[in-house]
Design a protein around this ligand. Structure first.
Ligand SMILES: Nc1ncnc2c1ncn2[C@@H]1O[C@H](COP(=O)(O)OP(=O)(O)O)[C@@H](O)[C@H]1O
Ligand SMILES: [Mg+2]
Length: 527
């Protein structure tokens, strides 16, 4: 025990080589090779771009060798450590580049192969070579021998990988070609050439919009202010697509950061899927919706993950983009569903038109700038069933509840003088049956041992017993149950009191919303 702070032997904070194990663990052929391409692109983009950039990737599945060579400019001899020391980078954090973490290149080589040789020559200066071996990775010495070698081509860097950690299959090569074409579409269109085994990669974009009259793609631009560190410029484009491929499920949200594709076809809660009232459960019917998000700005502000193959949903920049992204995803998903009777006629044949720019401030609201969705002429029951297709497949017992609500719509359109009375009875029975179905089918919450036939009969003898049982598990439903109770009493008056009560239109509207809300909370149904 000491009684005051005193200095002791300083601690050596040199990293252990084992750290490479963690930084290579989630890399694969694609993420790894893209890191090497990223590095060449970053250097080329930050220069005068007078010479066209060439990156050649050679994959030899027979000999299990990979080689990546570029003419971006090479590395100066006295700066070779940037190629091996984790965290070292020459990139400016505030520049519009891809590399920012200072680990990509090192991670990639080591993740793919046990033996990595890097040859590089800065402009016309001397050529150097580094060898990263399994032996070096297993010793605790961070010093790496470097060599002077006979000259390679000026301004080139070549990474040769052998003793691959995961064997290379010939199928990987075609997949990689597509992946590179998608990831570097913009750069290839700017004149970069990326070849895989000598064959140039073809750029692949995703802006294959359809232009249905009145419902063409919408674009919104805005800035995300990240304070002292600067701003990101955001461009969101949403629309219906003409290149739907049912095998590939090529819809959802696509993110580019500084022109490089980070993820495509994202269909997570993050971007509004699986949330009712937003894009809903991803389903073929909604598969014409595509939203492309492009972000430009300082690399350190980008919401990408460290492997650059995903968006970090907790990131402050993404949090600011999300409220404008979700309305687009929701709107075009609904539009896709509403037009699905005739995609050929309503969507695919409209292949020319203009993308319409809308103010970003309006997009964030309740979709006011997007034209009202077309009405479908289908009977309500059909529409509700279509909207809830997935739920109906998983919970067929909800069909009766859905059709009861459609029946309320039918009643509303009749010229009966007492139609509101009929609707009230229908709504109230639907409410009660929904509670029963919930108790019977959610055996995780209401185990059949405890909730046997006799118990169900007892509960349903008095409705407050049912609501109490459910509220114990789902207290958030209390306000809904209070509203329903009011209408339950009103319905009882129809039965028990001498004078018949009047039921106003507004009551039916209100109760209907309550029942819809309940069906959504209990069974995820949408109306
Ligand atoms: N192919 C290359 N040509 C020239 N310089 C390179 C190349 N690859 C990597 N470098 C240099 O190595 C540095 C570190 O690369 P990397 O580990 O990928 O981290 P980052 O890309 O985040 O800077 C880069 O900033 C760059 O200066
Ligand atoms: Mg990099």
């Amino acid at each position: 025990m000491v009684d005051r702070k005193t200095e002791i032997e300083p601690i050596d904070g040199t990293p252990n080589k084992r750290m490479f194990l963690s930084i290579i663990s989630d890399y694969n052929l694609r993420t790894g090779l893209c890191e090497l391409v990223d590095n060449a692109i970053d250097l080329w983009m930050s220069g005068d771009r007078k010479n066209s950039l060439g990156v050649s990737i050679d994959l030899d599945a027979d000999r299990q060798l990979i080689s990546v060579k570029d003419n971006a400019g090479g590395v100066k001899r006295h700066e070779l450590s940037v190629l091996i020391a984790p965290g070292e980078s020459k990139n400016d954090l505030a520049a519009e580049v891809i590399g920012v973490f200072g680990v990509g290149g090192k991670r990639a080589g080591i993740a793919l192969a046990e033996h990595v040789t890097i040859k590089t020559r800065f402009q016309e200066e001397e050529s150097s070579e580094l060898n990263i071996t399994q032996d070096w990775l297993q010793t605790e010495d961070w010093v790496l021998p470097a060599y002077a070698i006979p000259d390679v081509e000026p301004g080139t860097t070549q990474v040769d990988m052998s003793h691959l950690r995961k064997s290379l299959r010939s199928e990987d090569i075609d997949e990689l070609r597509t992946h590179l074409g998608e990831t570097y579409n913009w750069f290839v269109n700017q004149g970069c050439t990326i070849t895989v085994n000598g064959v140039p990669v073809v750029p692949i974009g995703f802006e294959t919009w359809a232009f249905p009259p009145g419902y063409g793609p919408r674009l919104s631009r805005f800035e995300v202010d990240m304070g002292r560190d600067g701003k990101l410029s955001i461009e969101l484009t949403g629309g219906l697509i003409r290149d739907r491929d049912p095998e590939k499920d090529n819809y959802g949200v696509y993110f580019y950061c500084n022109h490089r594709l980070i993820v495509k076809e994202e269909r997570t809660r993050n971007v509004g899927y699986f949330v009712s009232g937003e894009a809903g459960v991803p389903h073929t019917d909604a598969s014409l919706c595509r939203v492309i998000a492009r972000m430009q700005g300082p690399a350190q502000l980008m919401p990408w993950n460290s492997s650059k193959n995903g968006i970090n949903q907790g990131h402050l920049a993404f949090q600011q983009i999300r409220p404008r992204l979700i309305p687009l995803v929701s709107y075009f998903s609904s539009l896709s569903r509403r037009l699905k009777d005739d995609w050929d006629g309503h969507v695919f044949r409209h292949d020319v038109g203009e993308i319409q720019e809308v103010p970003a401030t309006d997009i964030a609201g309740k979709r006011p700038v997007l034209p009202a969705l077309p009405r479908t002429n289908k009977p309500r029951a059909e529409r509700y069933k279509a909207e809830n297709k997935v739920q109906l497949e998983n919970k067929p017992w909800t069909l009766g509840l859905i059709e009861s609500l459609a029946m309320v719509d039918v009643a509303e359109r009749q010229r009966f003088e007492t139609k509101n009375r009929i609707s009230l009875i229908l709504l109230d029975s639907t409410f009660e049956i929904a509670l029963k179905e919930f108790i019977v089918h959610r055996q995780d919450l209401f185990p059949p041992k405890e909730y046997n036939d006799a118990e169900i009969r007892r509960l349903f003898g008095q409705r407050h017993l049912v609501t109490d049982a459910i509220l114990k598990k789902m207290p958030a439903l209390k306000p809904l149950f209070d509203t329903a109770n009011h209408y339950y009493n009103q319905r009882n008056k129809l039965i028990h009191e001498r004078a018949t009560v009047d039921v106003a239109d507004s009551d039916i509207k209100n109760y209907r919303r309550t029942v819809e809300h309940l069906l959504n909370s209990l069974f995820d149904l949408n109306f």
